[in-house]
Design a protein around this ligand. Structure first.
Ligand SMILES: Nc1ncnc2c1ncn2[C@@H]1O[C@H](COP(=O)(O)OP(=O)(O)OP(=O)(O)O)[C@@H](O)[C@H]1O
Length: 384
């Protein structure tokens, strides 16, 4: 791949022996001259971060002391995680790196690092205040690009930042999911891009076993959840719920039942968010209850169970297969195995789950809820 000797050394030091498919395809495409845009789709946990990181580091002119690359991510936790990957693959490499999320920068002064990794709000703010010059930016990455371009969400901000970088800047868009409409829009955002795409039936990660539990009521969902944690020894797990207040409520109820859980959502202060995430990453905390804020990108290899306590719905209340795929993709990282369990409790949620199942064409297997021995057996076999 014609990577710099230092980068190759770092790749081996972090323990990567051979590239994944997306890395093998994307890195040469990104490094080919003249620089060409890229839209890169590949399943969750297949190493997209290292793909753009290695290309980005290679593209930096280390003799020019000015920002040359911007990476945008949808959440602070993901931006921090990308930072650690860039630091690790860029160890002893002469490119400087700056995190740009809320409270990560001093109050004033120019941002002069070669690589800026952050969330769109903070980066736009730095540009507006003329603390960050985009004049020399030559590499612009949108991680979770379909999410970053979603006009109902972060799209406006990403487009504004896009307008601030030079016309010659190379643009790289990565995600596991791109709806058809989004793909068209992505091509307008990254004109003439090389394209690496997946068919819908290729999207599911093979190593993730998908189950559902047919609960009788909202209350029984909690009983079953509590029972699962009583019956099984689980490495680490993430429980996704629909809203922040549900996350808080479930956190309190689980704690009252004697389970050790932590909660993270967007209403927490920056410092608390970092502490919770660090505790989870280090394994100090084993069960994390959260919202869609952590649905994408978060990479904790020990997570072997994801529970959709509430199924993911889009802004209009319809089942959201893309978010579903990202959520369950928090397990089964880079060829590992994992289990996901969906809770349904009425006809509506059952239909939502069936719609998601149909979308991917992959069976979601029923686990009975009335026989704890059976639950234990099925899930134990799947998790181990
Ligand atoms: N070539 C490699 N060999 C071994 N492990 C790798 C390799 N490349 C990446 N990994 C590891 O695979 C895991 C998943 O990588 P990463 O988080 O970049 O996935 P992703 O494709 O961005 O997933 P998502 O779509 O969920 O964001 C990480 O723990 C990373 O260190």
């Amino acid at each position: 791949m014609k990577l710099h000797q230092k980068l190759l050394e770092n790749i081996y030091r972090v323990g990567f022996v051979k590239p994944s498919k997306i890395q093998e395809k994307a890195i040469p495409l990104l490094l080919h001259d003249p620089p060409t845009n890229l839209i890169g789709q590949s399943q969750s946990g297949t190493g997209k971060t290292a793909a753009f990181t290695l290309a980005m580091l290679s593209r930096i002119n280390v003799d020019l002391k000015a920002p040359q690359a911007i990476v945008l991510a949808p959440a602070r936790e993901l931006a921090r995680q990308i930072l650690t990957v860039v630091q690790s693959l860029g160890q002893d490499y002469p490119a400087s790196i700056q995190l740009a999320v809320k409270d990560s920068l001093p109050k004033g002064g120019k941002v002069e690092a070669h690589i800026i990794i952050g969330t769109p709000g903070t980066i736009m703010d730095l540009i507006r205040k003329r603390r960050l010059s985009t004049a020399n930016v030559r590499f612009f990455v949108l991680d979770e690009a379909d999410n970053m371009l979603d006009l109902q969400g972060l799209g406006d901000q990403s487009i504004r930042i896009r307008k601030m970088v030079p016309a010659t800047c190379q643009i790289a868009l990565f995600s596991a999911t791109f709806s058809q409409d989004l793909w068209k829009f992505a091509l307008r955002f990254a004109p003439n891009a090389n394209q690496i795409s997946l068919k819908t039936e290729e999207l599911s990660v093979e190593g993730i076993k998908q189950f559902y539990m047919d609960c009788k009521s909202e209350e029984q969902k909690f009983e079953i959840l509590s029972a699962i944690y009583g019956l099984l020894t689980i490495g680490q797990s993430i429980i996704f719920v629909s809203r922040r207040d549900v996350a808080d409520m479930l956190g309190r109820k689980m704690t009252n039942e004697g389970h050790k859980v932590i909660v993270l959502h967007g209403q927490f202060e920056a410092e608390d968010r970092d502490k919770v995430m660090d505790d989870f990453r280090s394994g100090k905390a084993k069960v994390l209850i959260t919202t869609n804020v952590l649905a994408r990108g978060i990479d904790v290899l020990q997570v072997n169970l994801v529970i959709n306590y509430d199924l993911p719905l889009d802004g209009r209340g319809r089942p959201d297969p893309e978010t579903y795929l990202h959520r369950i993709g928090r397990t089964g990282r880079f060829g590992r195995t994992g289990v996901s369990i969906n809770f349904v409790h009425d006809e509506k949620s059952f239909k939502e789950m069936k719609a998601i199942e149909k979308y991917f064409g992959k069976d979601i297997i029923r686990v009975p809820t009335d026989d704890y021995d059976e639950i234990e057996k099925i899930l134990k076999d799947a998790i181990n």
